[in-house]
Design a binder for this molecule. Sequence first.
Ligand code: SF4
Ligand code: SF4
Length: 321
Amino acid sequence: MPDKPKVAFYWCASCGGCEEAVVDLAEDILTVVGAVDIILWPVAMDFKKSDIEARPDKSIVASFINGAVRTSEQEEWVRLLRKKSLVVVSFGACANSGGIPALANQSSKEAILKYVYEDSPSTDNPGKVRPQVECQDEGRTLTLPAFHSMVRALDEVIEVDYYLPGCPPTPKLIMAAVQALLSGKLPPKGTVLSPDIALCEECKRKDSKPADLALTEFKRPHQVQIDPEKCLLAQGIVCMGPATRGGCEALCPGGNMACTGCFGPTSRVKDQGAKFISSVFSNIVPKEVKEIDAVLDGIPDPIGTFYRYGLSKCLLRRKLQ
Ligand code: SF4
Ligand code: SF4
């Protein structure tokens, strides 16, 4: 019997939700497990780095890597997997564009370490001890990964072949990607494996979205009784649908929640947050600066709202201290 294709799953700066998404394949996971040999999956199985290092280059058919890259260990792993894999799939919003971990790019490395190890209310560290990359203990050298100064998306570190969007990607998209890989019917390199349309196109509320939203205020979901039929933006709730790629079948608006933009932009958009700002803010009714500011006060965290998943790919990149 011929060897089954070898597949690896790896996680970097990640919440584990993308790993859960693989488990969420339910009985479909048996199809995957039956068709491939999983040779690396740290969340579920105990493989060693040396197992992967010992493999011939390009002997892994596909590596699915989730999470952003923040530490030297994560960088070493993704470079190793790139070397050993024919195809690398960037899996989920954190790998694709930095995701939630990239929100940390609003603070310097020093500010993060100082808060975590000295200033946070729950920290008890009178000696202000911080983790060291290397230290000696009873004649042994102990090492820890280095904490890089920025969070990077996967393709800012290694070459990526395909992107699966979402926080996390849906089981349907994951299975479609696995089947495309197994059948060899792969789209052009660099493709995002999800329809290249705006989310509004697949939202059941789209017919109630007026051409001019005539926005006079923004409200947060807990401040309003949401009409379950009407476009959320038309109700003054920030919904990232117009600037976000479809493919999730508008699960969040369908559940009475605004889209937060986890599928990233379509191919025609360079900067998701800027696209949202330019397309939606032109619908603000007041035209005087003071009144416009009063409308925008309804969005208390603009970066966390417009770049929740994409600060690594934002044209502005990061805040200078
Ligand atoms: S994309 Fe979402 S689910 Fe996946 S690791 Fe990042 S935060 Fe977690
Ligand atoms: S803005 Fe949101 S609620 Fe309105 S149509 Fe688009 S995705 Fe649906």
